[in-house]
Design a protein around this ligand. Structure first.
Ligand SMILES: [Zn+2]
Length: 281
């Protein structure tokens, strides 16, 4: 499900509609009464981590914040497994079926919400969790794709005595970081996902943060240019060095367990208490 770079791409698609009025509404969503969007003006859009906010206002005039702004966050809920379904936002186009369903029908995905704007264009929202919220408090210092990302705070969090793969997915410190970025950054930094942060050296932690930021920025750049991001370990059977890759679900006790891929040879575990079984085939 979408990570920071995808949500930034959606934000980029929505931005040209800021300042326009909603003239027609459609879509399958029942939770939000879609009629409430009718005639509202889209006044702002902001992105934070994996969340996207759209601010609507009943008046064309913006400026006074006393106008009861209605931000709409489109939170993309992460789901276990790696489902290939349409999600996110399309501008001026609908998502088309990429293959027939089990019955052999070519059914296009149904958008949750479609907003037609006065300028003639439209936005279609697919498979995202939407709700009305009061003005959000955004902390760009935790957003891995923000220039205000606070490196020191991230390093301090990573240095805790817990597996680094848990800390990386903690949105309080690494907002926008999802499972793909987690796996790729750990592999590229040569760090085992279950290594305790407290046992890693400061330079190792620095390299890990560099890889998180670098991989995410590169992924975003590719999204804007329409190129596919290359992964080295995520969903792979062999690492680029030709070693057999391990796969297991890891997560905090009682928390969300996420599938994790790692190379036992390129990413030695700290502490090395449980010897890994290396399968040679
Ligand atoms: Zn390897």
């Amino acid at each position: 499900m979408p990570e920071g770079p995808s949500v930034r791409k959606f934000h980029h698609l929505i931005s040209p509609f800021v300042g326009q009025q909603v003239v027609k509404v459609g879509g399958s969503i029942k939770k939000l009464n879609s009629a409430t969007f009718q005639s509202l003006w889209l006044q702002d859009t902001q992105v934070h981590g994996k969340e996207l906010f759209l601010r609507f206002d009943p008046d064309e005039e913006t400026g006074s914040l006393g106008n009861n702004p209605l931000p709409e966050p489109l939170e993309k809920k992460e789901e276990a497994g790696d489902q290939k379904q349409t999600f996110g936002v399309r501008a001026n186009e609908f998502s088309r079926a990429k293959k027939p369903n089990k019955r052999g029908d070519w059914k296009d995905p149904i958008p949750r919400l479609v907003l037609h704007f006065g300028g003639g264009g439209f936005l279609a929202f697919y498979n995202c969790q939407m709700s009305w919220r009061s003005s959000p408090v955004l902390r760009p210092t935790s957003d891995i794709l923000s220039e205000k990302f606070h490196r020191g705070r991230a390093l301090e969090a990573l240095g805790q005595e817990q597996p680094v793969c848990y800390t990386l997915l903690d949105q309080r410190y690494f907002s926008g970081l999802g499972n793909i970025i987690k796996n790729e950054a750990l592999y590229r930094a040569g760090i085992h996902p279950l290594s305790l942060g407290s046992l890693l050296s400061p330079p190792q932690l620095e390299i890990l943060v560099d890889q998180v930021v670098g991989f995410s920025a590169h992924w975003l750049q590719g999204k804007m240019q329409g190129t596919q991001q290359h992964t080295e370990i995520y969903q792979k059977e062999q690492c680029p060095a030709g070693h057999q890759v391990m796969k297991e679900a890891f997560g905090p006790p009682g928390g969300f367990q996420r599938l994790t891929w790692w190379c036992p040879q390129c990413q030695p575990r700290l502490p090395p208490d449980e010897p890994e079984q290396v399968q040679l085939s």
